[in-house]
Design a protein around this ligand. Structure first.
Ligand code: ZN
Length: 158
């Protein structure tokens, strides 16, 4: 799933959390749950093997994705008090965290280098297992659109 969707989902599910730990937990769980919906993803593993021009285009897409997510979350923050802002930002951060860790893991060549790199590889293997096995792009596109419509509804109703 694209980053904006993860960040916005993390923000929405944690908006009414009781505390920061709950917001972090909800953001993290939301990531794995929506990754189990059939969807398309960035090819992070291939990024470092691509030409500079192709990689630049992919990084530009990722930057635009994060920017859009950030703008929607800013809109979502307007009506919140300070503790509400902290909860929403925590949920958004933890909603993105697994993909950030995957990106980091893809940059590491020697996965057995130390405890951190080994832990990262285990976390990433779990993350990959949570992804849908569906390879049908039409089904993925339809389900993503339904999910985005649901998310927009939730943003305006919370
Ligand atoms: Zn993910």
């Amino acid at each position: 799933m694209i980053l904006a969707i993860h960040a916005i989902t993390g923000a929405v599910v944690s908006a009414n959390a009781g505390n920061i730990t709950e917001a972090a937990f909800l953001g993290l769980v939301s990531h794995y749950l929506i990754d189990s919906i059939p969807h398309t993803d960035y090819e992070l593993k291939q990024l470092k093997n691509n030409s500079i021009k192709t990689s630049f285009r992919e990084y530009l897409k990722i930057a635009a994705d994060l920017l859009i997510g950030g703008i929607v979350i800013l809109f979502f923050l307007i009506r919140r008090n300070f503790s509400g802002v902290i909860l929403v930002l925590t949920g958004a951060f933890f909603g993105l965290l697994p993909d950030g860790l995957t990106f980091l893991d893809c940059q590491i060549k020697d996965k057995n280098k130390n405890l951190f790199t080994r832990s990262l590889a285990i976390i990433n293997a779990f993350h990959e297992k949570m992804h849908s096995l569906n390879k049908n792009k039409k089904i993925a596109a339809i389900l993503q659109l339904i999910y985005i419509a649901l998310l927009i509804f939730l943003i305006f109703s919370l």
